[in-house]
Design a protein. Sequence first.
Length: 231
Amino acid sequence: MSTPQTASLTQDELKTLVGQAALRYVQAGEVIGVGTGSTVNKFIDALASMKDQIAGAVSSSVASTERLKALGIPVLDSNDVSRLGVYIDGADEIDHRGYMVKGGGAALTREKIVAALADRFVCIADESKLVQTLGQFPLPVEIIPMAARRITEQFAKLGGTATLRMKDGAPLVTDNGQHILDVQGLQISDPLAFETAVSQWPGVVTVGVFAHQRAQVCLLGTAQGVKTMEF
């Protein structure tokens, strides 16, 4: 049963708790991977308390890079690193096998690149992100703009409705100079097969299913505190 203290925690406070809990997966002397989003921002803030103990960070977005540098944490180029001990990032959805949907913050391509460098992926999220089957959250897909119509039609054949993500009245442009389709109406029961198939479609830069780069650990913020799930 939850205590009055944990039951009254706001979503922001839960994000702070899981961000702080992720510090125990950071090994002294290593370069670590850092993701993107509001929960990761809490981890970056916590990481500042041990910035002198790590060799630096590889970041998955311009926004995270700016936050890390502002706190005095060195940011390295991914091409200068052969491996990362751990990658800490959030998720828009995560299932009970560690498969995720990511890309709500439009950084999915760089997130997948950094995740592929890491020995371990630690997902930090609140309990609302835990699902039985991926697909409730609109699936982000980073695309080359000229392929938008064709990819939209391919998702329609799978029962999905793809919408171009907009910002300030124009298509959102990612850090990579590309656009994003958000696809609703999918039930992704086989994330590995789905990711493999969609990644082959001409014009797809990155599909936001993280199955080949799934989480090994999820730190889930709940009313009872931080729950650790291992996959």
